[in-house]
Design a protein. Structure first.
Length: 240
């Protein structure tokens, strides 16, 4: 046991000696290195002063001082005002506006244009209505309610002489039975002339007249499947 204790004591002494030597070597190394100089607070980098020429000083004195521009303030925009849009104005109508115009015993709406309003008269189509407006010297785009009395008189004059002012291929009743002339029928004349001609066909007992009397199709249409009138019996089966 005594030998072990001696050995441990010797080891401890060796380690302490080694540590002392290492500390001494470190001190020597520090002493050999140069010590950096500490910067004092008083020492500041020198500034090179700019030299101004006298000519430049005179120019600076002679130049007028520029006026300060006022700062533009931001404009505040209310979101409520932006959302409100100006209300659309209603169509202002004249006090003399007629909502219903009477031409050739037919009532025409005043809101419609002349080219379309005249088609409400029986016997006038779009082409004939345009021809009437052009011959009377009236714009087709004018509303019927804005027509003056003199313009209405012109239209009635043209309607009374359509057979003379319109070409023959535009007339609706060519080669009249009584006179043999080409004429154009409007308003109530269309129904009256049609009824008289059908009665004439019945009187002379022509094929068309007989078909009119019996209520069947006149112009050669088939009646086996379509245009069947009377009781709908369907197919009748023979009884045994």
């Amino acid at each position: 046991m005594a030998d072990k204790n001696k050995r441990t004591e010797e080891k401890i002494e060796d380690t302490t000696e080694k540590n002392k030597e290492e500390v001494a070597d470190a001190k020597k190394v520090k002493e050999s290195q140069p010590v950096p100089e500490e910067k004092s607070e008083d020492t500041k980098p020198e500034k090179h002063e700019e030299t101004v020429k006298p000519s430049e000083i005179k120019e600076m004195e002679t130049k007028p001082a520029e006026p300060e521009q006022p700062k533009e303030e931001p404009v505040k925009i209310d979101s409520k005002k932006e959302s409100k849009k100006p209300a659309k104005k209603k169509d202002e109508k004249d006090t003399d506006f007629n909502y219903i115009v009477r031409i050739a015993n037919a009532e025409i709406e005043g809101e419609k244009k002349v080219a379309f309003g005249l088609t409400q008269i029986k016997g006038l189509g779009r082409r004939m209505a345009a021809l009437v407006a052009d011959t009377a010297g009236i714009d087709r785009e004018i509303k019927c309610g804005n027509l003056t009395d003199s313009q209405l008189e012109k239209i009635n004059e043209v309607l009374g002489n359509l057979s003379k002012k319109a070409p023959s291929w535009m007339l609706n009743h060519r080669k009249d039975f009584d006179t043999g002339e080409d004429i154009h029928l409007i308003s109530t004349e269309v129904e009256l002339r049609l009824r008289d001609e059908i009665n004439l066909l019945k009187m002379i007992r022509s094929y068309r007249g007989i078909r009119h009397e019996s209520g069947l199709s006149v112009r050669g249409q088939r009646t086996r499947a379509n245009n069947r009138k009377g009781l709908a019996l369907g197919v009748s089966k023979k009884r045994p």
